[in-house]
Design a protein around this ligand. Sequence first.
Ligand code: 5AD
Ligand code: SF4
Length: 442
Amino acid sequence: MDIIENKFYFLLTYGCQMNESDSERYAGQLESLGYRRTEDMDMADVVLLNTCCVRETAEGKILGKIGELKHVKQHNPNLIIAVTGCMAQEWQDRLFERAPHIDLVIGTHNIHKLVELIRERQAKSGHYLEADMTVPAFHDLPTKRFQKFFAWVPIMNGCNKFCTYCIVPYVRGREVSRPIADIVREIEEIAKEGYKEITLLGQNVNSYGLDLKDGTDFSALLQAVDRIDGIERVRYMTSHPKDMTFAMIDAIADSKKVVNHMHLPIQSGSDELLKKMNRGYTVDQYMELVEYARKRIPDLVLTTDIIVGFPGETEEMFCQTLDLLKRVQYDMAYTFIYSPRTGTPAAKMDHQIPQEEKSRRLQRLMDVQNVYSLQLNQAMEHKEYEVIVEGPTKNDENHWFGRTTGNKMIIWEHDGSAAVGDTVKVAVDKGQTWVLKGHLIH
Ligand code: 5AD
Ligand code: SF4
């Protein structure tokens, strides 16, 4: 048997969708070398951890996994361990000091170096680091997509916003947009392969194109992507309230395929904290966007991110965030406990909030939000929605699920009549806080 057929890689992705997308490019390179994916770490010849450092909890989990790998390597000394992504960019060779069993550390702009580094490591053992952020962020690389009908499409890398709590601008660098022609070409190719839904990815999609200085902007990209045959749904994330414009909302509303789901992180309901966070908008300005979007986009599904316990957050400021939840009534809020990140301005601010208080506020916030999530899902009962079938749920093969254009997950009892990737109609029977239950309409 050909030796190449017996080489395996084990890949874990932490963090955001951008990392998921980068992982597909790591996997593409590994497969071009003849490696196949395994879910069993002990079988692997290469283990790749594509990491996140946005919060301390992510880093803690990853360090735990790296610790576990020490034993795996003792059993298999030829194993190559690669740590990539944001934490690799942040830690660089400190990772080798912390865990000498790591072989490769690859930063956010150096994805294309994987093949070369694996070859070098195979020729000679040692520690190999590649974390140069001055090279281009995008490279034309083989991509192994993990899903068949849904595809991530990166449109830009990096962030120029420097929110005072956030480490992303330091580990992903400044904003760099991919040319519109490259993005359109990639989507046209995958549309021919049968992909139906794409998600345009960037840390701040609303500033897409501004660095290209040729008049390109996010509205123009949406219009170009909307024209591509075969694609049914266009998603985008993440939006930034400072750069989202009424014209972009018009482009979304006037398109055929751009979905009715908008993820618009507010972070806090206090103008004073928004200022300290360097977010660049007030609650009133944010509300103007929400009102316009709700007017222009029928059945808008609105989600957000909120941080509790930012330095200096008083009970009163926190209550302003609770009030905001009541005012906006989001379909869902992703809620985070503020995590100080070394090197960011907020980590050095006075009046850090004690951990127990942060946890209490998180719970209070979730209790308020869950009421609205449930109410809005219950309002979907006895209505019909179009979903693209994703397949069986994690725990039960007899229950399948799909998502609405608004990104709501609906589960139904599988009767064999719908296949993965089909676009079907589902009637909602019961709305719950996190999920909806329904049945297929034949
Ligand atoms: N602590 C807590 N949450 C954070 N986020 C970013 N940085 C931090 C941090 N230091 C949250 C923000 C952002 C989401 C992706 O992660 O809410 O929108
Ligand atoms: Fe971080 Fe702010 Fe940039 Fe989002 S916009 S990645 S929160 S700095």
